[in-house]
Design a protein around this ligand. Structure first.
Ligand code: ATP
Ligand code: MG
Length: 286
């Protein structure tokens, strides 16, 4: 029987949708059925195991799943031995200490002897130990941000992305302890055939990631403007230039970052580019 790779993915929550979408973009079709614990897949010998994100590091370290997609924050907090194989770039956030506005924060010594509410006691303990600070860490499961206002804590240590939740709760972010994003973790003792499958899957992830934020642009350009056009497209490999039936014109193809797209198009139009087509890129394989 063909070996199946088992991939643990968050069952529901912030990482679920992007994890499944990434698989789909890699040609891996995941059977639609959130009720099931294990979903079969098409297009690649993998099956998806849906778990709470808290359980993914342990499942991978035990070998219940071979690999998993989970936030680096959970990996660090749980401390199970797993290999961090790849950073996925989504689910970006940070773990920060925040204090009530007007608390007179002076520096990390402020935390000495104070009560800090968090769902990440291990990461916080390591941080305070490294700074030589003794504080009282109160582990709570959720709604950490309201702990100071109800008198449960003097400060909090929690996940921050935009910072809006902190502001709404009258808190100020004072120290960033770690930066996190979704990562692929792997069991440390994967056999040769499973490792080969993991490599193939990561190769596909990278091909999709390389195309993010890039557009493929085609246009018609007067032939004598090619050198000028190339100078307007800095930092990229030289564009492809193809002849057109009309000898005075050519077709120019280039890859442009989405962030620069409109500025580049304006300049290209300025030197006579016409019939500009902008295409989405799916995969880039070097
Ligand atoms: P589960 O039910 O699986 O335990 P959860 O409630 O613990 O889910 P989510 O809130 O879905 O977890 O967040 C999952 C991960 O998404 C976090 O561990 C973190 O890595 C990442 N993340 C990114 N931005 C944020 C954010 N603003 N708030 C919380 N998590 C975020
Ligand atoms: Mg969780």
């Amino acid at each position: 029987m063909e070996k199946l790779l088992r991939l643990a993915v968050q069952a529901k929550g912030r990482l679920n949708e992007e994890s499944i979408q990434l698989l789909e973009e890699c040609g891996v079709t995941v059977e639609e059925s959130k009720r099931k614990l294990v979903a079969r897949c098409g297009g690649f010998p993998v099956e998806v195991l849906y778990l709470r994100d808290d359980d993914i590091p342990q499942a991978v370290s035990m070998g219940v799943a071979d690999i998993g997609i989970v936030g680096l924050n959970e990996v660090e907090e749980k401390g199970f031995p797993v290999d961090v194989l790849h950073r996925l770039g989504f689910g970006a956030c940070r773990l920060s200490l925040a204090v009530p506005k007007g608390a007179g924060y002076t520096g990390t010594d402020w935390f000495a002897g104070r009560r800090i509410a968090t769902s990440y006691p291990e990461i916080l303990t390591r941080y305070f130990t490294s700074k030589g600070i003794e504080a009282h860490i109160h582990q709570i499961a959720g709604s950490v941000e309201i702990a100071p206002s109800v008198g449960m804590a003097d400060a909090i240590f929690d996940i921050v992305s935009s910072g809006g939740t902190l502001v709404r709760n009258g808190l100020a972010e004072v120290e960033t302890v770690m930066e996190s994003q979704a990562v692929v973790i792997g069991n440390v003792e994967l056999g040769e055939s499973k490792l080969a499958l993991v490599k193939q899957l990561l190769f596909r992830f990278e091909a999709v990631e390389r195309s993010r934020g890039l557009k493929y642009v085609l246009m018609n350009l007067p032939r004598e403007k090619v050198t000028e056009a190339v100078s307007l497209l800095p930092g990229l490999k030289s564009p492809t230039v193809l002849p057109l039936a009309d000898e005075g014109w050519c077709s120019l193809h280039a890859v442009i970052r989405e962030a620069d797209l409109w500025e580049r198009i304006e300049s290209l139009k300025g030197i006579g580019a016409e019939d500009i087509l902008v295409l989405t890129m799916e995969k880039t394989i070097p």
